[in-house]
Design a protein around this ligand. Sequence first.
Ligand code: ADP
Length: 358
Amino acid sequence: MSVSLSEADITSKIHDVIDPEIGRSLSQLQMVESIEIDGTNVRVCLELPTPAYPDRGRLTKLVQDAVAAASPGAGDVQVRFTSRIQGKNTGGSIGLRVKNVVCVGSGKGGVGKSTVAACLAYGLKEFGAKVGLMDADVYGPSIPHMLGAQGRPLATDHQGADGQTVTRIEPIEVDGLKLMSMAFFVEPEKAVVWRGPMLHRALTQFLKDTDWGELDYLIIDLPPGTGDVSLTLSQLLGLAGAVVVCTPQQVALLDAVKALNMYEQVKVPVLGIVENMSGEIFGRGGAKAKAAELGIRFLGEIPIEADIRIKGDEGRISALFSEDSPARPHLLSVCEQVAIGIARQLLESPGLPTLEVL
Ligand code: ADP
């Protein structure tokens, strides 16, 4: 007996599925790319807002249930995914072609902020995104070392159309990541005392002059604590959001709360808190509890593991993403939460200017 499925019912039920990550319907999110009905089989293609979408299985199940509810005679329901990263694209005024600029901050140093920033960049790249990493932690620029970056970026001067000299800096490329650090232009042994305006000028210059190309995500590792850099960035770029890193101890959490307040003051949306170094030594769960108390998203925990320190020291942070690395699932999960948080945040701030569309 041939069963004919009601195409209209199926289509409308699929469009009404609520995306479990963003909390809006697939139709509102314009995620349904195609629905093909072939006999009793249904093939659905959905466009995700990021390739780092957290749990595709959960969404698949919701779509399958919706089809079954619309048409009990349906057979096999296949769900395929594509993705298209969207962003605020707010860097146009300074010539940046970056969809989302994300900063990583902390209340104090030593909590693993740079490690998390580097892993965020690597992880998002693992998912297939085009990623840049900017080390703006002028007080402890450790990112080039962690990535094992060799050499220095090439800076060349060109004559601009108006006769002015224009400097272009070619970022270093490490494993397909575009990397730039203030450390490249500062002699390592020289203590640098950065005053606010100097930092502002240097950072603006670095962002403007570097040839980042087109990026889906630019991750910026901020100096700990201070609001100066965040303020500069929020004025300059309209950040997609900030990720705050802290350790589970109470003192570090208090510092994290200060950092959160600072972002609020400079109007940078907070994507959430990452608890780093969770485990027996420092305890665990403190950041999750604090996030719940403050009504902020918890982006996940990264365990304290000797391997994370060792790989960082050896300049092989990329090895944390190898299939047999125990840290890998934790790191990828944090990346997914950040990526989906950016997509969510984008919908929550519809009034933002879109200066250019890539
Ligand atoms: P910050 O940027 O906050 O100053 P870093 O990322 O430089 O911190 O990390 C400080 C030290 O802690 C580094 O030696 C780093 O390798 C180590 N570290 C960071 N995260 C972890 C972790 N989850 N487990 C073990 N060591 C870590």
